[in-house]
Design a protein around this ligand. Structure first.
Ligand code: NAP
Length: 228
């Protein structure tokens, strides 16, 4: 018998990225809990999604309750409030997979790589939540608006984290969004992928596109025995 799909809590799920993820994962059959600083705002965001498709499961609540109820937690908030929001849910996520999408952008120069002193947003997340939380970083290079339409998304998603089985769960979630997820090594490697977002923003501007992304070339063969 198939295992039920895990409940996904999206912290900041009212925003551009989080609401797109909520829609696509809900359509793929995952039960979704949208988290917000305001439970009313979260409920409205959930109703907006379910009004387009009554067969899917999306509810809204405050960030802390969402993190308590979710089995996999997705962080989709701006870097400016990332640490504060992580502190507010820290007591709920021990042992869980936390998918961090945060890019450490510092407006207005979002097309310039400006990394935090700690190294990357994902390193901050792992430090704040502690080693017992399975932090996996992903989705930094996917333009949010692409998640909101029904078209296939033609790019790869590089997935970093210290626990291979947790990365595998996230790669499955990325496949459910309609993209290919690839193992990209430990959480320390997230810095390169987070930095790429500013490069893609610059390419978008210079070449007048809205959705530059990237794909890894080559016939990739999964290294089942590799424990990295
Ligand atoms: N947008 C993209 O294309 C994209 C792509 C890849 C990665 N990312 C990353 O994903 C994260 C979310 O991006 P986004 O574009 O979805 O962000 P956003 O729409 O600006 O914000 C997402 C949600 O964060 C919550 N929030 C918490 N503190 C906030 C604050 N100080 N100011 C504004 N909102 C705050 C808000 O929800 P409540 O008001 O309901 O609490 C808001 O709806 C970011 O770290 C970004 O780097 C974004």
């Amino acid at each position: 018998m198939n295992q039920p799909l895990p409940k996904l809590a999206i912290i900041g799920g009212t925003g551009a990225l989080g609401s797109g993820l909520a829609k696509r994962w809900a359509q793929a059959g995952y039960p979704i809990i949208i988290g917000s600083r305001s439970s009313e705002k979260a409920s409205l965001a959930a109703e907006e999604i379910t009004s387009q498709n009554h067969t899917i499961s999306v509810i809204g609540t405050d960030n802390h309750t969402a993190a308590v109820q979710g089995e996999v937690i997705v962080i989709a908030v701006p870097f400016s409030s990332h640490a504060e929001i992580l502190h507010s849910i820290k007591d709920t996520v021990s042992e869980k997979i936390v998918v961090d999408t945060t890019v450490p952008l510092k407006p207005p120069k979002v097309g310039t790589v400006q990394l935090p002193e700690a190294g990357s947003a994902a390193i901050i997340t792992q430090q704040l939540l502690g080693a017992e939380t399975k932090v996996v970083s992903a989705l930094h290079n996917v333009a949010a608006h692409k998640l909101h339409d029904q078209e296939p998304i033609d790019c790869d998603v590089l997935v970093c984290g210290n626990i291979k089985t947790a990365r595998e769960v996230v790669i499955g979630l990325i496949q459910a969004l309609g993209m290919r997820g690839l193992h990209a090594g430990p959480i320390e490697n997230s810095v390169a992928i987070e930095a790429m977002t500013s490069v893609l923003i610059t390419i978008n501007r210079l070449y007048k596109v809205a959705d530059a992304g990237f794909k890894i070339t080559g016939d990739l063969i999964s290294g089942e025995k590799e424990n990295i």
